[in-house]
Design a binder for this molecule. Sequence first.
Ligand code: SF4
Ligand code: SF4
Length: 616
Amino acid sequence: GLQIVWDRYDAMQPQCGFGQLGLCCKVCNMGPCRIDPFGDGPKTGICGATADTIAARNLVQKIAVGASAHSDHGRDIAHALLLTARGEGKGYQILGRRKLNALAQELGVETDGRRIEEIAEEVAEILLAEFGKQEGELIFAQRAPEGQKKYWREAGIMPRGIDREIVEALHRTHIGVDNDYRSLILGGLKAALGDGWGGSMVATELSDVLFGEPWPVRAKINLGVLSEDEVNLVVHGHEPTLSEMIVKAAQEPEMVKLAKENGAKGINIAGICCTGNEILMRQGIPMAGNFLQQELAVSTGLVEAIVVDVQCIMPALTDVASKFHTKVISTSPKAKFPGAIHIEFREEDALDIAREIVRTAVENFPNRDPEKVNKPEGTMDLVAGFTMENVFHHLGGRFRATYRPLNDAIIAGRIRGVAGVVGCNEVSIVHDSAHIAMVKELIKHDVLVVQTGCSAIACAKAGLMQPEAAFKYAGKGLQEVCEAVGIPPVLHLGSCVDNSRILMACVEMVKEGGIGEDISELPVAGAAPEWMSDKAISIGSYVVGSGIFTVFGRPLRVKGSRAVDEFLRKGLEDVVGATWEFEEDPIKAAHIMIEHINRKREALKLRPMMYAAEAA
Ligand code: SF4
Ligand code: SF4
């Protein structure tokens, strides 16, 4: 029979309590050691490491892995831009001239009288050097408000180089290096800040340069986007360098002709996870779903090929695909899957390789077995494509691209504040339920919600990303703003690396004035109600590290150490101006965020909410 993620989850029960509490250590070969949190068992590992050290060390390793994933993605985009600028990236064009010029100005790159490729080459070189930089401070970290930079410098967590902080964080976790949980966690935050203000921000900025800046675009979402009479090619993973080329190749007349020769009406590209978000944001390509829908997409029997690159691709995919005609095509030299066809992707031959992948999918169409087809019904409309630059273009009106109207709406009590709700799906939670419940509760209380990643996909499927959603679900104040500007109450800001757009939106809110001198004073909050990946831990770490109070659903695996748990939930306030909280009930979590936003409003002496009684 067909085994999918929920079956495997059931088979895994009960899961190990030591692991869940963060009290299992496998750092050296004298272990594994397990600390007994309750009874008379060992209170230290064989080397003497306490529960505090072990829990903090486990957490820091996860931050480092998450930061490395985003940052390696950023490096790949920078490399693709460099090759394109040098005329070696076949198929790519530099489409984001405005962003390139803005970056050139910020980085001190001369633009007068130079070709766009020369400017792009220098910008790419400068940002690539950020990965290996050994001293000083990250360039994009300088974008943060002075207050945040002061926190980072005083705590010694201002990142120097993107890779350096990840390496140092890992070094700290080797046996017998950093044994102080506070010091370990600060080391982790430093690596995470290098992700948020480094690797991820480079990924976002240079994707905008290479593929163009997103602009609001209507699209369709959910498994119903899979077509019965077209070739379905699903792109899954993270990097737009691949998915953008697949879209380009699939639109070529020869490829469409080949599809028709093979009995299909055309070629339908659909996305899963963040590589889907990237092409949704820029081109309105339909989304098939999020993390927990990857096997479901294949099990429709409608998918000719699922092409994957890196991150969040279940190894089980090849087994599920083997029950259907679906070909799993891996493309990254870093991510191979037994049972998959490997067509290695190189930016130098990007378009030719994309053509080969599309051709493989098209030629598989005649193998579709009608007996095994189970076409899912239903799609939802959404508007995606918001960015730090364009979102408040809307709030400011086209001729006044400014955050003033947002800040004014917050000051006046029309909008309570802003929440970033992001992150994964997690199998123990009813699929998407926590994202949807939390976001509905927030907008009902006049909190504007910005989203990325699988969380954005969840809420889009629930219809929360259409302008009409404001009338159905939002509080009166938020409704008025959405109506005036024509935006949904929940804004899709892109893929997980695009959480850097949320950081920059906060920077703009501070700059605009009137609602806080640094990010930690803003009436904003973050959340990841269904998080599961190490990348989510890195994101949470840099968001908290950047002064934004953040609520995770299931707790980080540190509950076996009261000291670590308290440091994350209370102690970090004095260090970075924000803390974590953990709450599995999404409605309760939303209210924790609302109360936090209310406290920030009170501290800023903002007016009471305009329609407080109705929102309560
Ligand atoms: S204690 Fe650690 S090594 Fe042992 S079963 Fe649990 S998670 Fe695995
Ligand atoms: S580092 Fe210490 S606690 Fe961890 S496995 Fe080795 S001996 Fe055990």
